[in-house]
Ligand binder design. Structure first.
Ligand code: ATP
Length: 231
């Protein structure tokens, strides 16, 4: 049984159709990368899986259960966690409390194991989230999601607005998450980085999947052509 199965998903923003009849499945342990130009529908897809956007049609099955109509909060309890674009931390809450308040399911992740994979958080535990750099905030947002012990972790544009050094710091955690068996969907603008970090890649264009394949089987040229709609 697939961990996640998306079936004929359609999502709209008012009259605009952001996702057209989208279908794909994911197995446990996969790291799926989603690339595509601005407006391709990547964030709408992530938000739909997390329950932050209600799809117009289609089904989202998670561990064999239909979660399409479940609230975002019920989905977190079921094992789906989103690190949203823009991070969305509470600026006045310190790092330690941000992490501890998020704990909700039993599993491998707890305060100590999260600090092991995100060691950059150790020196800033007492600092308010709103006063941290972008890279530090991104690490806190990942840590907060891990504290919910997700079976599926959704990472939306981790590198957005970060310096190259900060991006490295955040990406260093990914292989450790993979080793821990966490299944991940990663939206990434940087094609090279996406192709190096994932087991499978999906390229979206105008709300549709235009290319999909195991990371090792896709050439950069083929992905670029799909990205720009040249196929
Ligand atoms: P980006 O990389 O810019 O975040 P994306 O691939 O994540 O792009 P989405 O943000 O999902 O794409 O947007 C898909 C389409 O839906 C775009 O045409 C966008 O303008 C539109 N859209 C997204 N959010 C809204 C909204 N809240 N209201 C109206 N239209 C929206």
């Amino acid at each position: 049984m697939s961990l996640l199965h998306i079936e004929n998903l359609k999502a709209c923003h008012g009259l605009l159709v952001a996702l057209h009849d989208l279908s794909f499945s994911m197995e446990p342990g996969e790291v799926l990368g989603i690339v595509g130009a601005n407006g391709a529908g990547k964030s709408t897809l992530m938000r739909s899986i997390a329950g932050a956007h209600r799809p117009a049609q289609g089904r989202i099955m998670f561990r064999g259960q239909d979660v399409t109509r479940l609230s975002a909060h019920r989905r977190v309890r079921g094992g789906i966690a989103l690190v949203p674009e823009g991070r969305r931390l509470f600026p006045g809450i310190n790092v330690q409390d941000t992490l501890r308040l998020a704990a909700c399911r039993k599993g491998i992740w707890n305060f100590d194991s999260v600090l092991e994979v995100l060691p950059q958080l150790k020196p800033i535990l007492k600092r308010q989230a709103g006063l941290l750099s972008g890279g530090q905030q991104q690490a806190v947002a990942i840590g907060r999601a891990l504290m919910t012990n997700p079976e599926l972790l959704l990472l939306d544009e981790l590198s957005l607005g970060l310096s190259p050094v900060a991006v490295e710091g955040v990406y260093e955690a990914l292989p450790k998450l993979r080793q821990a068996g966490t299944t991940i969907i990663l939206v990434e603008q940087d094609l090279r980085r996406a192709m190096a970090s994932v087991t499978r890649l999906i390229c979206m264009l105008e709300g549709r999947i235009v290319l999909s394949g195991a990371a090792g089987t896709l050439t950069r040229e083929a992905v670029m052509d799909a990205y720009f709609g040249l196929n």
